[in-house]
Ligand binder design. Structure first.
Ligand SMILES: NC(=O)c1ccc[n+]([C@@H]2O[C@H](COP(=O)([O-])OP(=O)(O)OC[C@H]3O[C@@H](n4cnc5c(N)ncnc54)[C@H](OP(=O)(O)O)[C@@H]3O)[C@@H](O)[C@H]2O)c1
Length: 253
């Protein structure tokens, strides 16, 4: 195989099952170094190639909502744009809006209101704010002009915000497919409460190192042996041109 020919899967038209009644079908997407890290100098920039970024946008073609945790918004900014008229047309041809709805969730309400997520008007966006956030922060975020939906905090198993957000997406936004684009704290909560259906992972050809460097899933505690999440490989595509591998897993139930 020539090293000059990029090889990639086509993620523009995933064959996905019906979503559950109480939430969208959840895809999670991350790019990770060969030593399991997901940031270099505090952001994901530099791990994945342009082909990886293309795949991220192809995944968005399938999504009704694209979610990031608030720390990712603060570190990198987020949007749900596709950056390619061809990909946008695919959505339009399928009767969807040009872009998925962008979403973030936050407990603190400490959000950078000057970022594209808040300023842009070419894509819709929604903020999910825990009811643990102070009222003045809620008011400040609301004044930025995006809809803000408050989430129940302090439920016994700690999943109130997550389940509240997913139910709102499914029932109020009509979302059938949610693409969660991290970061690791958000991923950990999704895995801990068993609401990830598929995990898309690009393995990048870099070693980052560092004991404290974030990995793809960073919850407060490791899962014990009986609760580790098991994955079934759906596809693995090596790309000799970029030295990346594009992995798609189904989460075993
Ligand atoms: N390699 C990759 O593919 C990739 C992808 C995405 C991000 N990243 C990197 O990951 C880093 C950020 O990841 P992270 O793990 O620190 O954070 P994160 O998952 O992006 O965001 C965590 C934040 O989400 C909010 N949140 C979490 N659980 C919540 C709940 N139950 N209810 C309401 N809000 C909740 C909280 O926001 P508040 O703090 O506002 O309360 C929390 O601090 C960045 O450096 C980014 O560049 C890498």
């Amino acid at each position: 195989m020539s090293r000059d020919v990029p090889v990639k899967p086509d993620y523009t038209n995933l064959d996905l099952p019906e979503p559950p009644a109480d939430r969208p079908y959840v895809l999670l997407n991350m790019v990770m170094s060969a030593d399991g890290k997901v940031v270099i100098d505090g952001t994901e920039a530099g791990i994945g190639s342009k082909t990886d970024q293309r795949l991220m946008r192809e995944l968005r073609v399938n999504a009704d909502v694209v979610l990031n945790g608030a720390s990712t918004l603060r570190a990198s900014g987020t949007s749900s744009r596709l950056g390619d008229p061809g990909l946008e047309q695919l959505r339009l041809d399928r009767g969807k809006d040009r872009y998925p709805i962008a979403a973030i969730w936050s407990r603190s309400g400490d959000l950078p209101l000057d970022r594209i997520f808040f300023k842009a008007r070419d894509f819709e966006a929604v903020v999910y704010l825990s009811s643990a956030a102070p009222e003045e922060r809620y008011q400040a975020v609301l004044a930025a002009g995006r809809p803000v939906h408050r989430l129940p905090a302090g439920t016994p198993d700690g999943s109130g915000e997550l389940r509240g957000m997913l139910a709102h997406m499914r029932h109020e936004l009509g979302a059938r497919v949610l693409l969660c684009e991290g970061g690791p704290t958000t991923n950990a909560e999704f895995f801990a409460h068993g609401v990830v259906d598929e995990f898309f992972l690009t393995l990048g050809p870099v070693i980052v190192g560092g004991r404290a460097t974030l990995t793809a899933v960073e919850g407060p505690k490791a899962f014990p042996k009986e609760l580790v999440k098991r994955l079934e490989l759906m596809s693995a595509v090596p790309n000799p041109a970029t030295s990346e591998v594009y992995l798609r897993y189904r989460v075993a139930r």
